[in-house]
Design a protein around this ligand. Structure first.
Ligand SMILES: [Cu+2]
Length: 326
């Protein structure tokens, strides 16, 4: 899938047949039912076709005349109308049952609320109850059957239609401007799950990855505490911090604890806690970070962050500061 993910060692196998979350288990169950029914239909249709081809093939000594032709059979016509109709009814009713069960699933008291905003071409991730804003890498707690902690997600778009899809965790849900869609995940095993914008949204649609890291409760609490902290004020990199606020980075980026409060681009308060840059296009290494700030289009052509035309010295100063945003 993405170079960035391969670099940071995340196995890119987002198969819906390897579910790890309640709604995804339900979806696989339904898929198996549908697969069983269509396999049955395939075997009957293909079997009858093969039988007819062999049984009524041309044989030596055929006189070349057509066999007796049969016109109309109420029984056969009834069968091929009623049977498919019943199959469609069964598929429709079971699908509707699964959709309602997933969509109407009530949020338990310990559910986590997250808002994910689709942007060209990255994801903003907000935790309204926790005061955290981050990007592209969603972190959630694992859910225990005894004390469920699913994550309920409100989906918004800042521009065009995107689509939120983590195949191992839940079904696909469109992200539509001016509308709030809801989805939820309830991961049962810690790990990292890969998703991808699933609705074509412009040139960097393919560069709009989303990873979900599922933590044990303790790890999640630690992650939350680290993300809630404002950016540390490191005296050695004050020059870089001042540059950040003077060369227009702040008109698009927020760093909590500093005057930077732009919202057009990702929140950078804990930039270094992310494994990738630019929604999965590159691993978050010092070289890539420098290359990104120098000219984002070099890593992600079309990215909506301009090349800021900084000198090498300015870049060094600025990147040294960014590297302290842990
Ligand atoms: Cu997209």
């Amino acid at each position: 899938m993405s170079l960035g993910l391969a670099v940071v060692g995340i196995a890119p196998t987002p198969s819906m047949f390897a579910p790890a979350s309640t709604p995804a288990f339900a979806i696989r169950e339904l898929s198996f039912l549908v697969l069983a029914i269509v396999t049955g239909i395939f075997v009957v249709v293909a079997g009858l076709t093969v039988y007819a081809i062999i049984r009524y093939r041309r044989r030596p000594g055929d006189d070349g005349r057509e066999p007796p032709q049969v016109y109309g059979s109420t029984q056969i016509e009834l069968a091929w109308t009623v049977v498919p109709f019943l199959i469609v009814i069964v598929l429709f009713l079971t699908t509707a049952r699964y959709i309602f069960a997933i969509e109407r699933h009530p949020a338990p008291p310990d559910a986590l609320e997250v808002t994910v905003v689709g942007n060209q071409w990255w994801w903003e991730i907000r935790y309204p109850g926790l005061g955290i804003v981050t990007a592209n890498e969603l972190h959630v707690p694992v859910s225990d059957a005894a004390r469920p902690t699913p994550t309920f997600i409100t989906l918004e778009s800042a521009d065009v239609i995107h689509s939120f899809w983590i195949p191992q965790l839940a079904g696909k849900m469109d992200v539509i401007p001016g509308q709030r869609n809801r989805t939820w995940v309830e991961p049962r095993t810690p790990g990292t799950y890969v998703g991808q914008c699933a609705e074509f949204c412009g040139v960097q649609h393919a560069g709009m990855l989303l990873t979900v890291t599922v933590h044990s409760p303790d790890d999640f609490a630690r992650w939350v505490a680290a993300q809630q902290a404002v950016a540390a004020d490191v005296p050695a990199v004050r020059a870089g911090r001042d540059m950040f606020t003077s060369v227009a980075c702040i008109s698009c980026h927020t760093v909590r604890g500093t005057p930077a409060n732009g919202v057009f681009g990702p929140d950078l308060t804990h930039l270094m806690s992310r494994a990738t840059l630019g929604a999965g296009v590159a691993a978050n290494t010092p070289e890539n970070l420098r290359a990104w700030v120098n000219d984002p289009a070099a890593l992600k052509p079309g990215a909506l962050m301009p090349a800021m035309k900084l000198s090498n010295d300015q870049l060094d100063t600025l990147v040294a500061y960014l590297a302290t945003l842990r």
